[in-house]
Design a protein around this ligand. Structure first.
Ligand SMILES: Nc1nc2c(ncn2[C@@H]2O[C@H](COP(=O)(O)OP(=O)(O)OP(=O)(O)O)[C@@H](O)[C@H]2O)c(=O)[nH]1
Ligand SMILES: [Mg+2]
Length: 462
């Protein structure tokens, strides 16, 4: 993808998802946006001066043969008050793929070029309307799978992460100026750049905030990427019933016959904002026919891939060797032991082969008893012991985290230097390195190939 400084191409794409919908929108950005609209759009009202940011009703016709392509609403938005900071036109067509395709082809035939994925947002970034963290927030908002994910993306889009990073960079600039002034006026060095005072300032205003941001990256990771949880247990303990209860839908077949579930069944649920892929598996036991064997093999594979295992035990029957053996096969994974069927008389007793039974979590997939506690416990396990989300603050993504970590490393050397009386010019080198790593986050020092990787994640028309 070409970088846009000298990019005077006008680009166009269908900006709504493929398939039929109420409306479908074609977006055009660049210097030719308005001239193209004027060539193909016939307004219903004759006097149509195309005031900026106003919606006009009319028809799209091919100027070559006057063929009508659609009845539309069209808006012209004059730069710079637009998504890309360039002139932008949006044509709101009927949401038919065939209609959209023919209008787009017409727009392209009039001199626009097909936009690449993310190119509109890339232009917003290149033209300085948004920094890189805000551009990435656009991807996050489009791909968020829970409301919490949307909230985090909106927070980042409002510039929270940018401002935090920017404030740290401002401090680094000031400290660097002091160190450099002191180099130029060596006789007043102590007054201008007292290392102890500078150390405290760097530590409080940059080092600690950096550490805090890095600590929050894990929260961002699980909300963005989600986690997978597998329900495991011997046949008939109620795995499929638990899946159905968590989904609030009769998704998996449930019968009193052991061996009902033969294949793995995967669905998504939202646990306090974490997108969770939940997997119901075939009950694991020995000596069964081939189909069930295959299901059991899949169940075991799911255990290996899962982030967390729900080890389900039937509370209405005593613990057996099969439970103990199964437990040994999952004990290397993060797990929660859950005792189901607590609506029936409990027949299980503390068992040295099943450690968690000492403080069991009792539930009933049938009556839903204990389900809130189970979800709360799952949340706690996935978030490293948290009872709930932190109130506010941003959650860096993995790219940010890597840059923050490099910045922190360089800053550690700055702190060491300030404490051990290193010369100002040497300290400045690491200070600058930290400054650049933080610049990577907001897109100031980011290389073109990294930018390409980021914007390629977008869908077409965004
Ligand atoms: N009383 C009671 N019965 C339950 C509960 N959960 C499940 N059952 C019953 O236990 C039987 C087995 O439930 P399933 O959900 O099919 O068990 P499963 O672990 O998926 O079984 P397989 O797929 O064969 O491995 C069914 O008759 C359910 O109605 C519960 O909490 N209480
Ligand atoms: Mg089942």
């Amino acid at each position: 993808m070409e970088l846009g400084h000298a990019d005077n191409r006008t680009i166009a794409a269908i900006s709504t998802p493929p398939g039929a919908g109420g409306i479908g929108i074609i977006r055009i950005s660049g210097g030719q946006a308005l001239p193209i609209l004027e060539k193909i759009f016939t307004p219903a009202r004759a006097d149509c001066p195309f005031e900026t940011h106003r919606l006009y009703y009319g028809r799209i016709c091919n100027p070559a043969d006057a063929k009508l392509l659609d009845e539309v609403l069209a808006v012209y938005m004059q730069a710079p008050r637009t998504y890309t900071r360039e002139d932008v036109v949006e044509i709101h067509c009927h949401g038919s793929f065939l209609v959209l395709q023919s209008v787009l082809e017409l727009v392209l035939s009039q001199g626009a070029q097909l936009a690449e994925p993310g190119e509109f947002t890339k232009r917003a970034f290149v033209n300085g309307r948004i920094d890189l963290t805000r551009a990435e927030a656009v991807i996050d908002i489009l791909s968020a799978r829970t409301r919490k994910g949307v909230d985090l993306a909106l927070e980042q889009m409002s510039g929270k992460l940018f401002c935090e990073v920017d404030a740290m960079r401002a401090t680094l600039v000031e400290v660097r100026a002091l160190l450099e002034t002191a180099i130029d006026f060596p006789e007043e060095e102590i007054e201008i750049a007292d290392h102890r005072a500078l150390y405290e300032r760097i530590f409080n205003d940059v080092y600690e905030p950096l550490e805090n941001l890095i600590a929050r990256a894990e929260e961002g990771r699980i909300v963005r990427d989600g986690v997978s949880i597998v329900i495991v247990g011997r046949p008939n303990v109620g795995k499929s019933s638990l899946l159905n209860t968590l989904l609030q839908e009769e998704r998996a077949l449930v019968t009193p016959t052991p061996g009902t579930t033969r294949d793995t069944i995967e669905e998504y649920i939202d646990i306090s904002g974490i997108p969770v892929r939940i997997i119901d598996t075939a009950g694991i036991r020995d000596g069964v026919e081939e189909v069930e064997q295959l299901g059991i093999k899949r169940a075991k594979e799911s255990i290996n891939r899962a982030d967390l295992v729900l080890f389900l035990v039937d509370g209405s029957t005593p613990i057996g060797d099969d439970d103990r053996e199964l437990f040994r096969s999952i004990a290397h994974k993060p797990f929660i032991t859950v005792i189901n069927k607590c609506d029936l008389e409990l027949k299980i007793t503390p068992d040295p082969g099943l450690p968690m039974i000492a403080q069991p979590l009792l539930i009933s997939a049938l009556t839903q008893e204990g389900l809130t506690d189970l979800k709360q416990l799952i949340f706690k396990r996935l978030t490293g012991g948290r009872e709930q989300w932190q109130e506010e603050g941003c959650s860096p993504n993995l790219r940010h985290k890597a840059a923050l970590a490099k910045g922190l490393e360089a800053l550690g050397r700055v702190c060491d230097g300030l404490q051990s009386g290193l010369t100002n010019d040497l300290i400045t080198i690491d200070l600058l390195a930290c400054f650049d790593h933080l610049g990577d986050i907001v897109g100031e020092t980011t290389t073109e190939d990294v930018l390409d990787v980021i914007f390629e994640q977008f869908c077409l028309g965004k």
